[in-house]
Design a protein around this ligand. Structure first.
Ligand SMILES: [Zn+2]
Length: 465
């Protein structure tokens, strides 16, 4: 009997569609460290990619590098463009300078306005930030992030996703986060619903100058209280909580959980601050405009290999050269990026959630429906827990929320709610994610003031009674 029972069981397994995680593992499989090594070699060959270097030389300087990156992504069949601005009168850009990003857009098939961005900066520097002539290989800072962007474009352009993916090699980072600002402003002008920005900056080495090595972890760095809207939010946050629940923090949790499930030998070290101590990156202009964003960076930085003139002093080699890089490690970090892009572009956007339950033994969670959601998942955790601990699929009224094909009746979001019996609102943080037909889950949006994945707009003031 047992033997007979086995066959139908196997048939069932064979017939079942692959799980979302199995699909993601298939998608990331072709990501190649060797391919990225060739990309970094090409980037280094431009001599310097300093933002103030030549725009017109066919082989050397920032202009040639940006044109090459754009052509490379165009070669994958993607729509490409350069987003540019002329910048001047800045401490690090004294005279008018054209700053251009190489950008590729992979339009979503169902929700093209929902956008997830991967970016790295293509410009490089040496010790003196104004030196635009000395060789500045910038292999790791940030040839590694640029290589991840191009590799993600190569691999993901072979697939189709409901949401849009944008790939960006940014310029002007070292001169004041200029490319990040230019792309964030472009996103705003386009009216994109930017769900997530993954900013990859220094992701390709695994050993530091003190001998510490770590090729098993990547830091995901995310702001706490959100930068944009914070003055308006401060009083509400003080009253209702949400210090650890800005959307960017939930991207960090999403990547942490995803890395565990992918099984690629890479763990996320969540760093809960806007960037490394006193430093910055191209995710910050996005945060300032209210777009969720996180920075990915190596577990251990090597400061002898960043922003240094190429030289040897007292037997120590300085400079950001390719031989200091760890391409198997870069491959793992890029796989995590590619999986996150695919997952977020496959999932509906995160819903907006609110919570009630003061002076009650139950908690009521409400959320607005989002297009493309088959269902919603409620998640909650203790206030001092770093990761979501409890979850439950929302019990839904018999409605199908979908805009594909667009149904005239359901264009306006509806508000749904569930009540968690015996769960006290005082003791937990709550959130809601949206789940697609094929099981892809969005990042969780926390039910806190400012928890929505969109620029914060203060609610209208209560009328004076
Ligand atoms: Zn950098």
């Amino acid at each position: 009997m047992r033997k007979l029972g086995l066959l139908p069981c196997l048939l069932l397994i064979a017939a079942a569609p692959p799980s979302p995680d199995a699909k993601l593992r298939q998608i990331v499989e072709p990501v190649s460290g060797q391919q990225m090594k060739r990309t970094v070699e090409k980037l280094v060959s431009f001599g310097t990619r300093h933002t103030l270097s030549s725009q017109t030389d066919p082989k050397l300087g920032i202009g040639a590098a940006v044109r090459w990156a754009e052509a490379e992504m165009k070669g994958f069949g993607l729509q490409t463009l350069q987003t540019c601005d002329t910048v001047t009168k800045l401490p690090r850009v004294p005279s008018p300078t054209r700053v251009c990003n190489a950008v590729a857009i992979q339009r979503g098939t169902e929700r093209p306005n929902d956008v997830v961005i991967i970016q790295g900066h293509i410009d490089s520097r040496v010790t003196d930030v104004m030196n635009f002539t000395a060789d500045a290989p910038g292999a790791n800072d940030d040839g590694s992030g640029t290589a991840a962007v191009i590799e993600a474009a190569r691999v993901l352009s072979k697939h189709k996703f409901p949401g849009t993916i944008v790939y960006a090699a940014l310029s002007g980072e070292e001169q004041g986060l200029l490319g990040g600002r230019i792309l964030a402003e472009y996103a705003k002008a386009q009216g994109w619903n930017v769900v997530t920005v993954l900013n990859n900056d220094i992701i390709g080495n695994s050993c530091s100058s003190d001998g510490a090595c770590n090729d098993k972890q990547v830091r995901v760095i995310s702001e706490g209280p959100r930068s944009q809207g914070q003055a308006e939010l401060a009083a509400d946050t003080h009253r209702f909580g949400g210090e650890n629940d800005a959307p960017s923090r939930n991207i960090s949790r999403y990547l942490d959980s995803l890395a565990d499930r992918l099984n690629i030998g890479l763990d996320v070290m969540q760093i809960w601050r806007t960037d490394r101590f006193g430093r910055g990156g191209d995710h910050i202009p996005f945060l300032e405009m209210g777009y969720p964003a996180a920075r990915l960076s190596v577990a251990v930085e090597n400061y002898n290999w960043q922003h240094q003139d190429l030289r040897t002093e007292k037997g120590i080699k300085y400079g950001d050269t390719i031989e200091n890089m760890d391409f198997p490690y870069l491959e793992k970090v890029t796989k995590l990026n590619v999986a996150a892009l695919a997952a977020i572009a496959s999932a509906p956007p995160p819903p907006e959630a609110t919570v009630e339950g003061g002076l009650s033994t139950d908690t009521k969670i409400s959320w607005k429906t989002v297009p493309g959601a088959r269902g919603y998942r409620l998640r909650w955790r203790r206030t001092d827990a770093s990761q979501w601990e409890q979850s439950q699929d929302a019990s839904l009224p018999p409605i199908i929320v979908s805009t594909n094909p667009p149904s005239t009746g359901s264009k306006q979001p509806q508000t749904l709610y569930n009540v968690l019996r015996g769960v006290r609102v005082d003791d937990w943080v709550f959130g809601v994610s949206a789940v697609s037909n094929d099981g892809f889950e969005s990042p969780v949006a926390s039910a806190v003031p400012g928890g929505a994945f969109k620029p914060y707009v203060a609610p209208p003031a209560e009328p004076v009674k």
